[in-house]
Design a protein around this ligand. Structure first.
Ligand SMILES: Nc1ncnc2c1ncn2[C@@H]1O[C@H](COP(=O)(O)OP(=O)(O)OP(=O)(O)O)[C@@H](O)[C@H]1O
Length: 340
């Protein structure tokens, strides 16, 4: 393992902000830590970087305990949200700073700066002033600077946090390609699930200083570990249920559940794609309360006519009924998950 945290714990004023966290990151792996504000993501990064001492537990890099090893001797690169470029230096000067820190002699720096700028999609930008760059360009310069010392582990804190959505979506694809090409091992934190899912080989969801779930983006998306993770991912169709065999009693009536589902009283998730709209005299009678345009589909908000929690359906654009329409709802077992 390139990086291992073993029962890593940090307390502020007695309160654990990082609570006995175990986490392994393999070489060449891209891991994204995801979680709400205050869940301990930045503290985790700072602890690995050597900027935050542990109260107990260990951080190991290449199997070596990092206790007492100062930040600049850990061989990890860190890029923060507000990328803090040096405004008085040009682009090349900012990137070269990363090389100087790494002990690259002056003569070799220009060529290397050029290569790094090419890598991040800013060829020939060495002479440009930092103040004249767009947010996305500054972001790339910060990335080139962080990559310059060739850190064995690159850590990114909200790497695309300041940028607008379309730019973020483009950069995230570029980053993923770049990391794949360079074989960079990355530990990134973000509160944006879209970013994490697009960037990561593995997603780690944090809650109150603990790891709520760790898995590939697909695993986490398909099988959220519990109600917290499901809601954090934006799934709102979660209700209490009593599961027996392949059926569940819920406030929406009796629903089918997949074979092998956990039994007994548990929260149950229906992904919006599994809420099928049918004729108003079939299934669960509902009233459409609103529609939200989502680009590729429409989210239809539904209120069951006989009470029970509201629910959301994902609908093709052309099929979405108007607000006020009376519809029936049927549930697709393939989109139902009994949560832990
Ligand atoms: N130096 C500190 N002293 C006291 N409390 C701190 C300190 N640093 C962080 N905290 C607290 O620890 C908790 C976790 O903070 P942290 O920054 O790790 O969370 P986060 O998940 O990165 O949040 P965000 O997404 O908002 O950056 C927060 O409640 C924060 O207020």
């Amino acid at each position: 393992m390139l990086l291992s945290l073993a029962a890593a714990t940090v307390r502020f004023g007695g309160r654990p902000v990082l609570d006995t966290v175990d986490l392994d990151v393999a070489e060449h792996e891209v891991v994204c830590v995801l979680g709400p504000s205050g869940s301990g993501k930045s503290t985790l990064l700072r602890a690995v970087a050597g900027l935050q001492p542990l109260d107990s537990g260990r951080v190991l890099l290449d199997g070596r305990d990092q206790a007492g090893v100062p930040a600049h001797r850990r061989g990890v690169g860190l890029m923060f949200q507000d990328h803090q470029l040096f405004p008085q230096r040009d682009v090349g000067g900012n990137v070269a700073f990363g090389l100087r820190m790494h002990g690259v002699p002056k003569g070799g720096r220009d060529a290397e700066v050029g290569q790094l700028l090419e890598l991040v999609g800013l060829p020939g930008a060495a002479g440009r002033a930092v103040a004249g760059l767009s947010g996305g360009e500054q972001q790339r310069v910060a990335l080139a600077r962080a990559l310059a010392p060739r850190p064995r582990l690159l850590m990114l804190d909200e790497p695309l946090g300041q940028l607008d959505r379309s730019l973020r979506e483009r950069l995230v694809v570029e980053l993923r390609e770049l990391f794949g090409r360079l074989g960079t091992t990355v530990l990134a934190v973000t509160h944006d699930q879209g970013e994490a899912f697009a960037l990561a080989d593995r997603v780690v969801v944090m809650r109150d200083g603990r790891i709520a779930q760790s898995g590939t983006p697909l695993e986490v998306w398909q099988r959220p570990a519990d109600e917290f993770v499901a809601r954090f991912l934006g799934f709102d169709n979660v209700v209490p249920a009593t599961v027996a065999d392949t059926a569940a009693d819920t406030p929406w009536g009796k629903l089918p559940v997949p074979d092998g589902s956990p039994q007994g009283g548990r929260p149950l998730l229906v992904r919006p794609a599994g809420v099928r709209l049918v004729a108003s005299d079939e299934g669960l009678p509902c009233t459409v309360t609103a529609r939200t345009f989502k680009g590729t589909h429409v989210t239809v908000h539904l209120r069951p006519r006989d009470g029970g929690p509201r629910l959301e359906a994902a609908c093709a654009l052309r099929d979405a009924p108007e607000a006020g329409a009376e519809v029936g709802v049927e549930f697709d077992v393939a989109e139902i998950v009994v949560l832990g």
